[in-house]
Design a protein around this ligand. Structure first.
Ligand code: SER
Length: 311
């Protein structure tokens, strides 16, 4: 069957890379990008759509008849702490509206991202298992934990084939990160290339689970392409890339830019980072749908420099 793929939240950090990759797989004319803001230019069809506007959603689904949907629109951890009510509304009501539209329009498969933010201070911090205790302290984490259960509910009750992974911090060069706690690991590259110095908002020894965008996009596409029977976990899957501290990342960056200077001025994001795991055990995803990461810290840093300094 010919797929029609709709990406919601297409202008965010994940969406930007995902739309390009999907266009190369399914063909530009079979991918519809959408976001609340309009782009300067788009290679694919583009629809301006607010996930809180049910009429606009209905209109887009009716006109394009997507067979696959990636619903990425959400407010991330740090911004959500500034606007908790707005974040709850956007993350939850947005999810309800898109899930209902997928049911009403008989969408075959839906991807919805969760996050390491579902974990909290009482979660085991090293190699956090798939079914670890979750006590998120951020409104973002609470919305993702509720959202995971909502995925499971819609799968069991309505047979909506929704699949999900818990993204670690994502590092990419095409788009900036937007309002997360792991953003330092993205910002640092452009700052070092521009000014040769970077002031980090986390302490040097704050270890967090991270992943290069190439791996994250592959995981996102692979989980939706896997045969449905392989997806046994219907809340969300742990996936892991590598873990590092700011100091470890900056030491690696210094190998490429010896003049780079770093300092540390922590802010409220430190507390969020301290509540999250340091590393993730993803063996369930490895077993169920053959997930495996490819990028290491040093390969990621080389690749970032290569792409960001391309003439
Ligand atoms: N990168 C996200 C954040 O920092 C985690 O999902 O909010």
């Amino acid at each position: 069957m010919k797929e029609k793929v709709l990406v919601i939240g297409a202008m965010g950090q994940v969406g930007t890379d995902l739309v390009n990759k999907l266009a190369s797989i399914y063909g530009t004319s079979n991918v519809i990008a959408s976001d609340i803001k309009s782009p300067q230019k788009s290679n694919t069809f583009f629809e301006t759509m607010d996930v809180l506007d049910k009429n606009a959603i209905k209109d887009v689904f009716t006109r394009h008849k997507p067979t696959m949907v990636y619903h990425l629109a959400a407010m991330l951890s740090a911004t959500a702490e500034k606007y908790p009510k707005k974040a709850w509304e956007l993350n939850m009501q947005g999810q309800f509206n898109i899930f209902d539209a997928c049911l009403d329009h008989q969408v075959d498969r839906l991807f919805w991202p969760s996050s390491i933010a579902v974990f909290g201070p009482n979660t085991p911090k090293i190699l956090t298992p798939q079914n670890a205790y979750c006590d998120p302290t951020t409104i973002y984490g609470i919305s993702k934990l509720a959202g995971e259960q909502y995925c499971n509910y819609y799968y069991k009750r309505y047979n909506l084939d929704v699949r999900s992974i818990r993204y670690p911090g994502l590092i990419s060069w095409k788009a900036q990160a937007g309002g997360g706690t792991t953003d330092y690991a993205v910002e640092v590259f452009s700052e070092i290339i521009k000014t040769k110095s970077y002031s980090c908002f986390l302490k040097p020894d704050t270890m967090l689970p991270m992943m290069y965008m190439d791996d994250a996009i592959r995981a996102t596409i692979e989980i939706l392409e896997a045969p449905s029977v392989k997806i046994k976990e219907r809340t969300s899957y742990n996936i892991a890339g590598f873990s590092f501290t700011p100091k470890q990342l900056f030491d690696e960056i210094a190998l490429h830019e010896p003049a780079a200077e770093f300092d540390y001025q922590t802010d409220e994001r430190q507390q969020i980072a301290d509540s999250w795991p340091k590393s993730i055990d993803d063996k369930v995803a490895r077993n169920d749908w053959s997930w495996h990461h490819q990028f290491s810290l040093s390969k990621m840093v080389s690749n970032m420099f290569e792409n960001l300094t391309k003439p």
